[in-house]
Design a protein around this ligand. Structure first.
Ligand SMILES: Cc1ncc(COP(=O)(O)O)c(C=O)c1O
Length: 401
């Protein structure tokens, strides 16, 4: 199965503006099918959930379909899919619920590789509970997060291990399964940040051993909705703060307020879009997703080889991260030019990239670049093609010489 890049690009109306959208790591564009699904939901009429009239039943159906779609994408159970505004909000919510059971003497393990959204909620919750924080360290030269160090970080006091499935700047993909296995053996839960990994690779939360897996649909062609996937039996044991009249069922008890029903239709459409990326294929949607996301990984990996190879060939360019397993995300500086100035130059050449720490707060501190403007991030999505990469390389070469 291979991606038809031209057909994929034609599905995204926003790409018609001619820009090279290399900002997917900060948020992807959405295909026509997602836009249509959202507008179809509003056109059909939606009501708040729990009513006796058809528009209300439609909202309930959109929510159920969305849970099923996210479960298909990640390999979880629909009853364990918590929906919310974004990963950060959900992680703060889960941290508060989990930390209700923590106290002095307990420990949590976070990593220097993670986006701050999978660090600060745990650090702050631990501080409030009187629990201690232990840090898994990044090898600054390679960008690796060695799984072996967790043996020395875990003990019977560890309550939770928070780790990313892929760094949002270096792309590093740690050996999450090895880390969660050690956490489980120590009696700790694991919270895996899948925000940057989900758009690029097939995901199986069971194989990852993740007790909680967080993802954000707006990073994989959907609207601004976040999700956390967990075993429903584990969620039954947690009791987050909630309004008295709000449902106390799982997963609803973790969802605050009225959901964005039309956007949930967009999330389902995004999953369906991903399932079709590799073209027509037999099997369940889960099977089609595993095949199409494998094709996405292959396609993006080849394109990333061109991007990384091109940057490596420029004498004034420093690229960060050389992990063995990586998401297709380049993070680089150009000698003599501030990262923000490089981003502005690229924008003048109709190329969208980000610069700065990109919330990889601890990591950019370890790399020693946080206070000097971080670096430039160019992240690939499945709708990028060789012309996007070549435009970027040509524009960087104008500065790098
Ligand atoms: C790896 C990673 N984790 C977490 C987040 C936060 O996600 P959200 O914007 O859904 O809160 C991001 C957003 O950029 C991210 O890239």
């Amino acid at each position: 199965m291979a991606l038809d890049a031209a057909a994929v690009r034609a599905a995204y109306p926003a790409l018609a503006d001619g820009y090279a959208y290399l900002d997917g790591a900060a948020g992807t564009q959405v295909p026509e099918a997602v836009i249509d699904a959202i507008s179809a939901a509003y056109r059909a009429g939606i009501g708040n959930a729990g009513g006796a009239f058809p528009a209300s039943e439609r909202s309930a159906a959109l929510t159920a379909e969305c849970r099923q779609a996210v479960a298909d994408l990640t390999g979880g159970a629909p009853e364990g899919v918590i929906l919310g505004p974004n990963m950060t909000t959900l992680t703060y919510r889960l941290a508060a619920a989990l930390a209700a059971g923590w106290g002095p003497g307990d420990e949590v393990v976070v990593s220097q590789l993670d986006h701050d959204a999978n660090v600060r909620p745990w650090v702050q919750a631990a501080r409030r509970a009187g629990a201690a924080v232990r840090w898994a360290e990044v090898d600054a030269a390679t960008g690796e997060l060695p799984a072996g160090q967790y043996a020395g970080l875990l003990s019977e006091r560890t309550r939770l291990v928070a780790v990313t499935a892929a760094s949002n700047v270096l792309g590093t993909r740690p050996d999450v399964a090895a880390i969660t296995a050690q956490a489980r053996a120590a009696g700790a839960l694991s919270y895996v940040d899948g925000v940057h990994a989900t758009p690029h690779f097939p995901v199986d939360v069971t194989a990852l051993g993740a007790d909680f897996y967080a993802t954000s649909a707006y990073k994989w062609s959907g609207p601004h909705v976040g999700a956390v996937i967990a075993d429903p039996a584990l969620l039954e044991r947690l009791h987050p703060d909630k309004l008295i009249p709000a449902p106390d069922t799982v997963p609803e008890r973790f969802e605050q307020g009225t959901p964005p029903f039309a956007d949930l239709a967009g999330v389902s459409a995004a999953v369906e879009h991903l399932a079709q990326l590799g073209g027509p294929a037999p099997g369940s949607r889960r099977e089609r997703l595993l095949a199409s996301m494998t094709a996405v990984a292959e396609y993006e990996g080849q394109l990333f080889g061109v991007l990384a190879g091109g940057l490596a060939g420029m004498s004034g360019v420093t690229s960060y991260g050389k992990a063995a397993r990586r998401a297709p995300t380049a993070y680089f500086t150009v000698a003599g030019h501030a990262p923000a100035a490089v981003a502005r130059h690229l924008a003048s050449r109709e190329i969208n990239v980000w610069s700065g720490h990109n919330y990889a707060w601890e990591l950019t501190g370890v790399l020693g670049i946080r206070d000097s403007g971080g670096a430039v991030r160019a992240g690939l999505a499945h709708y990028n093609d060789r012309s996007d990469v070549e435009r970027l390389l040509a524009a960087v070469a104008e500065l790098a010489g």
